[in-house]
Design a protein around this ligand. Structure first.
Ligand code: NAD
Length: 314
């Protein structure tokens, strides 16, 4: 594993050109950080409003993935799932036929490790380098350029992508060959999902016992149960704030990818299976668009803590 270490201080202007594809919750913040770091950003998204946000931040609107990559040193993808990445690579006006001038593509979305290896091989055949570089740190990390970035691929391509990655994250690691970044990301998601479930259970038990939830949280934060999830999602659960950051639907996608990968390798994931069914419960109750903290709604239902209007009793 090779680490690039801490991000450098304010970089000079005019660093180069990045084609950025996918400007949602994460991508718009990451593209904004590239602009702040002095890169020209050629942005593309299928949703016009997402593109408008990128242009308002200083980016140039592109009309297709190929147009975003035109003359760029590197193309960065931040898309929901495997089919969207495949569309941007293999589709009409995709990057396989019209790669960036620098012949380097970095996929920062969370997608299938198996599909990633296939894309890597197809692009290599066309003389284009491909790095999978999914991220952890949420929309807060994307905004503050403090993402943890786990990359898979050739060291030479990783080294070329490094300055661009440093503008978006602080912990940047090459963890192995093509697809290894995605595998590490799925491992990260298991830990996050099971941790979120554990926090829900602790809050449900404390609430039923009449313990003050804010006090519980601050005690857990000070001891060995401390986690990023308690710090960030614990506060939102207690406040009843379900607004999205990382959506329930996206976590379900990651849990599915983890199950598929684990099954192919005959690795049982019993705790992941249990938390997945809780996430499915949230989705069937219409909470797929909510942030992951809305998993606590499942515990509201299980402990009969819903008000007549469907909201949680706090
Ligand atoms: P999002 O749905 O908010 O954004 C994705 C963007 O991609 C949308 O604007 C959408 O219009 C665009 N898009 C979809 N198909 C497209 C296509 N064919 N061409 C161009 N644009 C297209 O998702 P997000 O929350 O930004 O997450 C992006 C990726 O990062 C996902 O794989 C997610 O799992 C991962 N991730 C998200 C978070 C988080 O906290 N939100 C954290 C870590 C990793």
């Amino acid at each position: 594993m090779s680490d690039l270490g801490e991000r450098t201080a304010v970089p000079p202007q005019g660093k180069g050109c990045v084609g950025f594809i996918g400007l949602g919750t994460m991508g718009r913040e990451m593209a904004a950080n590239l602009l702040k770091a002095g890169y020209r950003v050629q942005a593309f998204d299928v949703i016009p409003a997402a593109l408008d946000t990128a242009v308002a931040a200083g980016g140039v609107a592109a009309t297709s993935p190929a147009n975003a990559a035109e003359g760029a040193d590197i193309a960065v993808l931040m898309l929901p799932d495997t089919p969207q990445v495949e569309e941007v690579i293999y589709g009409e006006n995709g990057l396989l036929v019209a790669p960036p001038a620098g012949r380097l593509i970095v996929d920062m979305s969370t997608i299938s490790p198996v599909a990633t290896r296939r894309i890597h091989a197809d692009l290599a055949e066309a003389g284009v380098a491909f790095i999978d570089a999914p991220v952890s740190g949420g929309s807060i990390g994307a905004k503050n350029a403090t993402l943890s970035i786990m990359a898979g691929g050739e060291a030479s391509a990783f080294a070329r992508a490094a300055p661009v990655l440093r503008a978006m994250g602080t912990t940047i690691s090459l963890v192995g060959a093509a697809g290894a970044g995605q595998t590490v990301k799925l491992c990260n998601q298991l830990v996050c999902g099971i941790n979120i479930q554990a926090i829900c259970e602790a809050l449900a038990l404390a609430r039923a016992s009449g313990v003050d939830l804010a006090q519980l949280r601050s005690v857990l934060l000070g001891g060995s149960a401390n986690s990023w999830m308690i710090e960030n999602l614990g506060a939102a659960m207690i406040a009843g704030d379900d607004s999205a950051g990382f959506r329930i639907d996206l976590m379900l996608k990651d849990l599915r990818l983890a199950h598929d990968h684990a099954q192919a390798l005959s690795v049982p994931l019993p705790a992941t299976a249990l938390v997945t069914s809780q996430y499915v419960d949230a989705r069937v109750h219409g909470e797929g668009h909510c942030g992951n903290q809305a998993l606590f709604r499942v515990y509201d239902r299980m402990t009969n803590q819903l008000r007549d209007d469907g909201g949680a009793r706090r």
